[in-house]
Unconditional design. Sequence first.
Length: 307
Amino acid sequence: MKLHEEPVLIANGITKSFKGKCVIKNASFSIKKNSIVGLVGKNGAGKTTLMRILIGFLKADSGSVCIDGVVRKNNTKTSGIGYLTDVPVFYEYMTCFEYLSMCAGLLGIENSRIGSEVDRFLKLVNLENSKDKKIKGYSRGMKQRLGIAQCLIGDPKLIICDEPMSALDPIGREEVADIFNNIKQDTSILLSTHIMSDVEKLCDEVIILKDGNLTKIESLDEVEKFSNKSKILEIDFTGCKKDIIDNFELIIKNKKITYERIYKKFRINNLSDQIIADICGIFCNANAMLMFPRSINIIDKEIDEFF
Ligand SMILES: Nc1ncnc2c1ncn2[C@@H]1O[C@H](COP(=O)(O)OP(=O)(O)OP(=O)(O)O)[C@@H](O)[C@H]1O
């Protein structure tokens, strides 16, 4: 999809310190319409702090935030942005329909429109069949989808989601990813995450926070390269004969692939398309060489190892 070039958010020179420690240093960036932007960084990098400043829950020491063309004063809350915390809390004795209706009312939607509006959001997050169940019976994934519906009320131009997929199982993560891909036609999304495969699957751009400094990756190609750097290809020859394993090692050495060997396991960092093609090529000929590893896996590095 071609991204619309007009930014929905422009942050300029955001700086924030806590007790003399600078967590965000002079950060400037923008978020385009119809885009999904990942915010990544290790624990304590300042992701939540930055998101809270953008939404207006926290005052920056300096800098400005402009939402959809309107510059927000430093300490005012912002309309036009929805916010989903990492662990959303609901009135669990309510049904999801009742809860969203209450939120819609509090946000000033006219009574006559609340029912149809809530149904529209429930459809977007695939909860229409559970709308009359009490929230306390919801799974973690359903609660997360309810949280997304809540922050879509009022059709904000941007939603900001703190670790929206971290606590979910793979199916829950897929469901949330599908929802994000559907709603980005109308709403840009800034999401923080520790999960690099989610970044690769979802994000058009990535903001990296490290030591208070912000850098941004702005093309899909670069996002893919960045995400590849976060992966390790692990080839496990446990149970295989030593000469077969040594032969494999010789082949990858000749191909100048950098690797780490731990007894019968190989770990290959900094994956590229070329390396993946080379490894596939080797195993296409595996039959002739009787080279059958026990497993070949692509795994995500721990976020702290990556940064
Ligand atoms: N209200 C506060 N008072 C003092 N220090 C704070 C406050 N809020 C955050 N910090 C500090 O600022 C730094 C950044 O915290 P923040 O929660 O923004 O990081 P994060 O990237 O969201 O981390 P995580 O991935 O663990 O959620 C941390 O060192 C944290 O201890």
